[in-house]
Ligand binder design. Structure first.
Ligand SMILES: C[S@@+](CC[C@H](N)C(=O)[O-])C[C@H]1O[C@@H](n2cnc3c(N)ncnc32)[C@H](O)[C@@H]1O
Length: 252
């Protein structure tokens, strides 16, 4: 789907149930997430991030960080404990409003709505760290690759870009054993996106899932965006149907 469709899908999902939109556990649908329990999950993710960085000889800290696709700030707030300033960026005004209402969880956070692939609020080489989890999987690959250029522009030399992205469907997953699974999935999303543009169908909001092969991600980051990929690790955050990775890339 294109970016304006992506924005309107996330706006309506956020209006319905912002916490379930972020962590889509079926047992929590319909406002059943306990807010403190929801935010606690983010602390575990950022602790794990710190451990992974340490294992690569890197540290989590600096003047400024961006949490891209911040949603309600679940990861932005614990990330902000390691930085002087932390920016949460999201395409959805409702998500940003939700995070802003909880700013006491991270008073050094600033939440920004950004609805295109240019990060106009940020100067060249002004940021130490960019993080993003369970976001690029919902964005069509052509836009994800454009965002990579922007993160390269805004990061300081030696700054880190750490992000999660599925690389492919997991062939060992039962539901992926049918022939032409990847093509069928693409066709399915194509039809959904077209149907949603026709008001007559009154199509409900949905999440689109995307993957980019690992080799293509690394090639794009290294050949076109001045990054060096330091690590690419298993990071099963996209559900059992997908092989998902965490990339640790450093701006050269
Ligand atoms: C599944 S939620 C994850 C939120 C957060 N990263 C977390 O793990 O708590 C995905 C978020 O990405 C945001 N998003 C999707 N596409 C985006 C884009 N192109 N630019 C900025 N935010 C985007 C959505 O609005 C939503 O808040």
């Amino acid at each position: 789907m294109n970016l304006s469709q992506l924005e309107s899908n996330f706006e309506s999902l956020a209006a319905e149930d912002p916490l379930w939109t972020v962590l889509s556990d079926d047992t929590k649908r319909g406002g059943k997430w306990d807010e403190n329990e929801f935010y606690k999950t983010g602390e575990g993710v950022i602790d794990d991030l710190e451990t992974r960085l340490l294992q690569s000889g890197l540290s989590l800290g600096g003047d400024s960080a961006i949490d891209f696709g911040c949603g309600g700030g679940r990861l932005t707030f614990p990330l902000s404990k390691h930085f002087d300033t932390c920016y949460g960026i999201d395409i959805s005004t409702k998500m940003v409003a939700y995070a802003n209402q909880r700013i006491a969880r991270g008073p050094n956070c600033t939440f920004i709505v950004n609805q295109n692939t240019q990060l106009e609020n940020f100067e060249n080489e002004s940021i130490d760290f960019v993080y993003s989890a369970i976001v690029f999987q919902h964005i069509a690959p052509r836009y994800t690759l454009e965002y990579f250029h922007e993160f390269s522009r805004v990061l300081k030399p030696q700054g880190l870009f750490v992000f999660q992205l599925p690389s492919r469907l997991d062939p060992s997953f039962e539901g992926n054993r049918k022939p032409f699974r990847r093509l069928r999935k693409r066709f399915h999303y194509r039809c959904k996106a077209i149907a949603q543009r026709i008001p007559f169908f009154n199509s409900p909001s949905y999440f689109e899932m995307n993957a980019i092969p690992r080799e293509r991600v690394i090639r794009h980051l290294e050949k076109q965006c001045s990054f060096k990929v330091l690590a690419c690790q298993d990071f099963p955050a996209a559900g059992p149907a997908w092989i998902s990775r965490l990339y640790i890339a450093q701006k050269q």
